[in-house]
Design a protein around this ligand. Sequence first.
Ligand SMILES: [Fe+2]
Length: 283
Amino acid sequence: MKLPYYINNEEIVFEAPEDTHFFYGEKVCLSQKFNDICKDCDWYDEGYTILDFTKYIDINLIKKLLRNIIIKIISEVSPKIDLSNFELNKYHKYIKNHSQHLEISKRAKRLYFTKDEFPDQKIIKFIENAIQKKLSFSPNNSDFVHWVIVRINPPYSKGFNPAHKDIYEEFDMNGFAPQMVNSWIPICGVNKKTGLPIAPKTHLLNEDLILRTRCGSTLEGQNYSVNCIKSWNGDSSMKLIYPKEGEMLLFSSHLIHGLGVNNNDDETRISLEFRLHENNNID
Ligand SMILES: [Fe+2]
């Protein structure tokens, strides 16, 4: 079946299997019911903000460290590739084999930083300050550690997520929405035609207006761990967000986002993505 979306008013149609099961939820607003940790922020009506972090965190250091991390992953998956002049935005020139890309991309989407390796604690402090909550990769009183995603999208590749909400995974499994916030940081290849589409204000909609699948959806022949949302209040329009280098997109985990197609002709799009949980048990 065809799923039409409008990104910055331009129609883009995706294909989902005919037997995809879409359903509406109950007449309840989950961000209210589960006390969204961003609710006191001055940008909360829209559900997102863009923050400049250049004074606090060195984006060039982040890029250098991510380059090292990606080189290490590529070397593990494809040891024969010469990476001496490797540049992040030219990733697609080095990795042309689709199955190799899928394996590299899969590993880059499940990273755990160890101390001193990466300025992740600085980034966490910056976001804590922005939303005035104590944050961590782990929720309160839990051993669970949320991973960091480095999302690698070569030009015109599949592998972007469907339109989805991050809170549904936990909600569908355990009946509650985790108290977390999403951060999306462009690393390369992000510009006015390639960024992250979001649907402003959708974190405030009741679930009986949202037509969606459960987690584990298929779009354009690719399987995803996340849910797929077809429409919200009868609408399927999204706004493309493309923060500048040194800026991050911070948004409610209840906000609909996804479909970050890379429309660049010759530039790989790479983003760094965190989900941070409120945690009052940390120092
Ligand atoms: Fe997401």
